[in-house]
Write a protein that binds this ligand. Structure first.
Ligand SMILES: Cc1cc2nc3c(=O)[nH]c(=O)nc-3n(C[C@H](O)[C@H](O)[C@H](O)COP(=O)(O)OP(=O)(O)OC[C@H]3O[C@@H](n4cnc5c(N)ncnc54)[C@H](O)[C@@H]3O)c2cc1C
Length: 462
């Protein structure tokens, strides 16, 4: 979306075509519709930097609210005219002689077509390839089976016996919602996880004391941190005050960066705070605390605030199951201890395939394939440029994800860089622009030296 807005603004004579496999804009927020889907960073920072939204009704806006925001912005900038919906890009091949990319597309009717471009930007996201978990017998299940990433619109789970497999970001958002309406919920957790206090927590305290996962006693007994109509009205009237609020939110989020550096006082204090908060919330079932507590430091995996998750786990209608699943039967799930729990519904909140192998197939110079090049380790200069892949920019490349803030900001920067590069090509008549291998190697060396200092380099034992 940002590319569709910014590129024509920066390069007025640009001929832009965007191939989108879905029938509508929104990406992550169009696809993910499971109960409780929401951003896990403050919504006021999860916006395009030039399109602030004083109207967010919640601190962690729901997926539906984010989708409405994106649709409104798309209308405002009239960007749908660049988009060919229901067109899936199957891959691209660089033609050195022409200095162009040839892209293969599958149209809405399944017909294949191709297109050519001087510059290719892949903005295919990170979390698109959802997959069923590899559990014996999954296909034999006779009840309802759903994956969090393709949630059926009219699925009503009220009064049902439900198993949720997974304890990653999606499960952490789904479980508090389902717990309230189902008869029984079996929460199968393979790994351990940190549940974090909110990023920019002081703002939560200001607006909903005790909300989110803060440690102070709740005033209005809610985990959903909302903004009052009155507050929204004030922000709409007073742009300076609203800008200041956004700045503070952004600043406070990024302060937590210090806690991502291994062995620092901030890191130790953060870990102690998280541990204490989780222990308190799991007081009623302390065995869950023991089973959930990770051996790796907070931030090693993306932090999940998960308001209401720990509270849901201690409810009488929830069983937290850490024993490994052995197999799935037509009517339930068997764990390795031989216990079979019968259920009506299995929710697979087991996430996405994020391995470099599944990147959209691109063939660069001399027939080099990106998935071969990245087989051992995906590397891209500044996360967006790959040697042997000229005139190509990747918005969500290796190492772009951050643990202490929103990703939109990062993608915006990549698009700005691409816009500058395209302008330079136009201005100076440059046919081919490609990052040097030495620059990529230097970047890799920098990363290889930087990351061991951070919590990201900690080993995760399941
Ligand atoms: C449940 C969930 C919660 C999240 N919460 C947060 C959060 O709180 N904060 C945060 O920073 N990030 C969050 N993320 C990460 C989120 O993916 C990014 O923030 C952001 O939405 C990514 O934007 P994107 O445009 O790069 O990718 P996407 O939103 O995934 O969009 C990619 C688009 O490319 C299209 N596409 C993909 N492949 C093809 C193809 N071959 N041909 C044509 N079109 C294609 C897709 O249909 C999609 O529309 C979350 C992700 C999920 C799944």
């Amino acid at each position: 979306m940002h590319a569709a807005i910014r590129l024509p603004q920066r390069i007025p004579n640009l001929n832009l075509t965007i191939y989108e496999k879905n029938p509508e804009i929104g990406g992550t927020w169009y696809e993910n519709r499971y109960p409780g889907v929401a951003c896990d960073v403050p919504a006021h920072s999860y916006t395009l930097i030039y399109e602030p939204n004083p109207e967010w009704s919640e601190f962690y806006a729901s997926g539906q609210e984010i989708l409405r925001y994106l649709q409104r912005v798309a209308d405002k900038y009239d960007i749908r005219k660049y988009m060919k919906f229901n067109h899936k890009c199957l891959g691209g091949t660089w033609n050195e002689e022409k200095g162009k990319w040839k892209v293969e597309i599958e149209g809405p009717d399944g017909k294949k077509l191709s297109d050519e471009c001087d510059v290719l930007i892949t903005a295919t996201g990170i979390l698109n390839n959802w997959k069923w978990p590899d559990i014996p017998g999954l296909d034999s299940f006779k009840g309802t089976r759903v994956h969090s990433a393709v949630w059926p619109e009219d699925l009503d789970l009220s009064g049902q016996n439900v198993a949720v497999i997974g304890n990653g970001s999606s499960a952490i958002q789904i479980i508090p919602r389902l717990q309230k309406i189902v008869n029984r919920l079996d929460a199968y957790a393979r790994g351990t996880t940190w549940i974090s206090p909110p990023l920019a927590g002081s703002k939560v305290e200001e607006h909903n004391p005790g909300g989110g996962n803060s440690n102070s006693p709740p005033k209005n007994i809610t985990n959903i941190v909302t903004f009052e109509e009155e507050q929204i009205r004030k922000w709409k009237q007073d742009k300076a005050a609203f800008d200041q609020f956004r700045r503070e939110i952004e600043y406070e989020q990024h302060l937590s960066y210090k806690a991502l550096l291994q062995g620092t006082e901030d890191q130790k204090a953060g870990e102690a705070f998280f541990t204490d908060m989780m222990k308190k919330k799991l007081e009623k079932k302390p065995e869950i605390f023991e089973q959930l507590l990770p051996s790796f430091p907070p931030g090693c995996r993306r932090l999940t605030p998960g308001p209401g998750y720990l509270e849901a786990l201690v409810q009488p209608n929830v069983d937290f199951i850490k024993t490994k699943i052995k197999q799935i039967h037509p009517d339930g799930i068997e764990t390795e201890d031989g216990k079979i729990r019968k259920v009506d519904v299995i929710v697979c909140a087991t996430g996405f395939d994020v391995s470099g192998q599944k990147y959209i197939p691109l063939t660069g110079r001399n027939g080099v394939k990106i998935n071969d090049k990245w087989a051992k380790q995906p590397v891209a200069y500044n996360s967006f440029a790959v040697d042997e892949f000229p005139n190509c920019f990747i918005t969500a490349g290796p190492n772009i994800t951050l643990s202490n803030g929103n990703l939109i900001l990062m993608f915006e920067k990549v698009v700005e860089y691409a816009a500058k590069s395209i302008k330079k090509m136009q201005r100076e008549g440059i046919k081919v622009m490609v990052v040097k291998k030495e620059a990529v190697d230097d970047w890799k060396e920098y990363c290889d030296n930087f990351f061991p200092r951070t919590v990201f380099a900690t080993k995760v034992f399941r």
